[in-house]
Design a protein around this ligand. Sequence first.
Ligand SMILES: NC(=O)c1ccc[n+]([C@@H]2O[C@H](COP(=O)([O-])OP(=O)(O)OC[C@H]3O[C@@H](n4cnc5c(N)ncnc54)[C@H](OP(=O)(O)O)[C@@H]3O)[C@@H](O)[C@H]2O)c1
Length: 248
Amino acid sequence: MSLLQGKVAIITGGNSGIGKATAALFAREGAQVVITGRRQDVLDAAVRDIGHGSIGICGDVGVIAFHNRLADEVRERFGAADIYMANAGVINLTSSMDITEEEYERHFSINTRGVFFGVQAIAPLIRDGGAIIATSSLAATKVLPQHTVYAGSKAAIAAFARNWAMEFKDRRIRVNILTPGPVETEILGKLGVNEADRPAFEAHMVNLIPAGRMGRPEELAEAALFLAAKGTFVNGTELIVDGGMSVS
Ligand SMILES: NC(=O)c1ccc[n+]([C@@H]2O[C@H](COP(=O)([O-])OP(=O)(O)OC[C@H]3O[C@@H](n4cnc5c(N)ncnc54)[C@H](OP(=O)(O)O)[C@@H]3O)[C@@H](O)[C@H]2O)c1
């Protein structure tokens, strides 16, 4: 029996990296998958790759109206949902002395406000016994150079998730945090690190990981599947998937 047969799963940032790998795994496990992303062409390609009747809804998680439109579309097409993974996120490495107000707002608008209002819009659709997963980052608890604003934007959602576990207890909706360390996804090209400096940056990161390598999106997807389906007594907590980086 597939783990997610008959379930409806919504994954933001599902057109790339961790979200896409999770969407593909959930779809193989029988879920009706709804993915979101900002780039329509990439979203369309991801829907084709994931297959299994998955659908894509394009929009910006930094815009609150998008979450309401997503909720309306899912309600109209499927009636309800079972799993919501608030996964879309951005990072631009900058020191606190150099970050602009605009970049600060971008991090908090997408990584923090986007997650909060996503849950506010989608939680009413989630059937009793469902699951919410928020993708945070190891940077929220481990100090890494030039990660300050990103770290703050991700630390907030871990706090939200713990509170939501209590707020939704009467509906038996479990809320957990998926905390990746460095994972090989497109995000590594969006950090603001020069192409020429990328190998040294990545080598520095890998040096901090006892596993001796970065994670693969599929490894995070397995952890998301655990939180969505197998971890039925796991609630209000954080699953760190970082090859051991947190202890280095
Ligand atoms: N990879 C890592 O090393 C790592 C480590 C710790 C935490 N994380 C977290 O893991 C999550 C997934 O990241 P990833 O590594 O899979 O990176 P990715 O491949 O760059 O995927 C990020 C996803 O977020 C979407 N997104 C970004 N801004 C958006 C917006 N304003 N509205 C809607 N969608 C938006 C992107 O869609 P578009 O491209 O279409 O905009 C994309 O689908 C993020 O929250 C990230 O912070 C990643």
